[in-house]
Design a protein around this ligand. Structure first.
Ligand code: HEC
Length: 166
């Protein structure tokens, strides 16, 4: 199989696996509800959806963070699995900040919507570094993978400092 096809197929498999995981967690239902307009608690549902994405992404990323800090033994296959899942979640994040999700039980600061270009730039940077992490993990090289994990982690911190309340 040509390489590009196998890469695409792997990506599709990751997306399907994530969707199955979300479906079993009841999150697909939540997302469909969110898609329906005229929900009295629309804002609350959008916020829940966003927080769920971060929770799912954050779990795999903290595992990777453990590898980068030598708290978890380095395992190339495990790193690639986690990095691929993280990348799928990160690709969805730009859709998780609609204006209607500003008010409610959220730690997202209102500045997100007044400095949208800066905020979107950080999300874009996260996507770039996430793709670089998956690429590094695919080589199986320990040092490069750990460096890519740290590089991505910097962007998490930068955005949380600016746009997430404690
Ligand atoms: C561009 C900004 C931005 C980046 C980059 C970012 N985050 Fe966040 N993150 C947020 C905001 C805003 C919230 C608060 C969401 C809410 O409460 O609605 C949040 C919330 C979270 C949460 C808590 C979810 C919950 O249930 O309340 C976790 C975990 C998290 N982020 C992990 C990460 C990790 C790990 C990374 C990096 C791989 C990252 N974030 C990168 C903005 C960002």
């Amino acid at each position: 199989m040509p390489l590009i096809h196998s890469v695409r197929r792997r990506r599709v498999n990751v997306v399907l696996a994530v969707m199955a995981a979300l479906a079993s967690a009841g999150l697909i239902d939540a997302a469909i509800d969110v898609a329906e307009a005229q929900q009295p608690n629309r804002s609350a549902q959008l916020i829940k959806y966003r927080q769920a994405l971060y929770t799912v992404m954050g779990r795999d990323f903290s595992y990777l963070g453990g590898m980068a800090r030598d708290r978890v033994p380095f395992d190339a296959a495990e790193a690639l699995k986690r990095a691929s899942r993280v990348e799928v979640m990160v690709d969805i994040l730009p859709e998780a900040f609609p204006e209607e999700s500003k008010d409610g039980n959220t730690k997202a600061k209102p500045e997100i919507w007044t400095s949208k270009a800066d905020f979107d730039g950080l999300l874009q940077e996260l996507q770039t570094r996430s793709a670089a992490l998956t690429a590094a993990a695919r080589t199986g090289e320990e040092a490069a993978t750990k460096a890519a994990i740290r590089s991505m982690g910097e962007v998490c911190g930068q955005c949380h400092d600016k746009y997430k309340s404690k």
